[in-house]
Ligand binder design. Structure first.
Ligand code: B4P
Length: 190
């Protein structure tokens, strides 16, 4: 079972690289951001709640997102593994994920930290906002998301280092070069 956490600041390329990883390693992809955007699009109650947090650049409450993750995981059948994209984003989420996998006799294989300088992150997200109209990709909200990342999410690097799962990847430059580094790292733990 290949269970990967893909990690990094907003705009670091988690979603972009996850698509390639899924295709090459034939594992499932769980993107909490995509799940929430689908709920918003479908106008569900969960979507309405999620939108309030996302538009403010804030994280959803842990209990809510952990429940979503658990039910998404329960719905996977005959899985060869999962790439967790955008989850965990806090230490309680990481602890919950470890417990959920342990209950299934599994663990995380590796945590890939996509390291990208902040000026590049800003530029990428502002561009994406212009191209796609994504509501949280505007300068004011991006700045809030980066503050939240530094205070609530980046402590997970130390958490995964203690678990011996942490691998840093240079996340800027050519997409294919980044992907090759990722594959070399995954192949060591597979
Ligand atoms: P996410 O959808 O996870 O959004 P993200 O971190 O902004 O995106 P990502 O890193 O995947 O960037 P991408 O590959 O698209 O979360 C959105 C919101 O949902 C959060 O702010 C939060 O409110 C909520 N949420 C989600 N999960 C949660 C959780 N676990 N707990 C609580 N709340 C949660 O890349 C960005 C851009 O860069 C793209 O346009 C891409 O084309 C470009 N790009 C990528 N790699 C590049 C490269 N090498 N060179 C040039 N451009 C590149």
């Amino acid at each position: 079972m290949l269970n990967i956490v893909i990690f990094g600041a907003p705009g670091s390329g988690k979603g972009t690289q996850s698509e390639r990883i899924v295709e090459k390693y034939n594992i499932n992809h769980i993107s909490t951001g995509d799940v929430l955007r689908a709920e918003i699009k479908n106008g569900t109650e969960l979507g309405q709640t999620a939108k309030k947090y996302m538009d403010q650049g804030q994280l959803l409450p842990d209990e809510l997102i952990i429940d979503i993750l658990a039910s998404t995981l329960d719905n996977l059948k005959d899985s060869k593994g999962v790439i967790f994209d955008g989850f965990p984003r806090t230490i309680p989420q990481a602890e919950a994920l470890k417990k959920m996998l342990a209950e299934r006799g599994q663990d995380i294989s590796v945590m890939l930290d996509l390291e990208v300088p902040e000026d590049i992150l800003m530029e990428r997200l502002i561009n994406r906002g212009k191209q796609t109209g994504r509501a949280d990709d505007n300068e004011e909200t991006i700045k809030k998301r980066l503050v939240v990342y530094h205070s609530q999410t980046s402590p997970l690097k130390e958490w995964y280092k203690k678990e011996n799962k942490y691998e840093q990847i240079k996340g800027y430059g050519e997409l294919e070069v980044i992907f090759a580094d990722i594959c070399a790292t995954i192949d060591k733990v597979k």
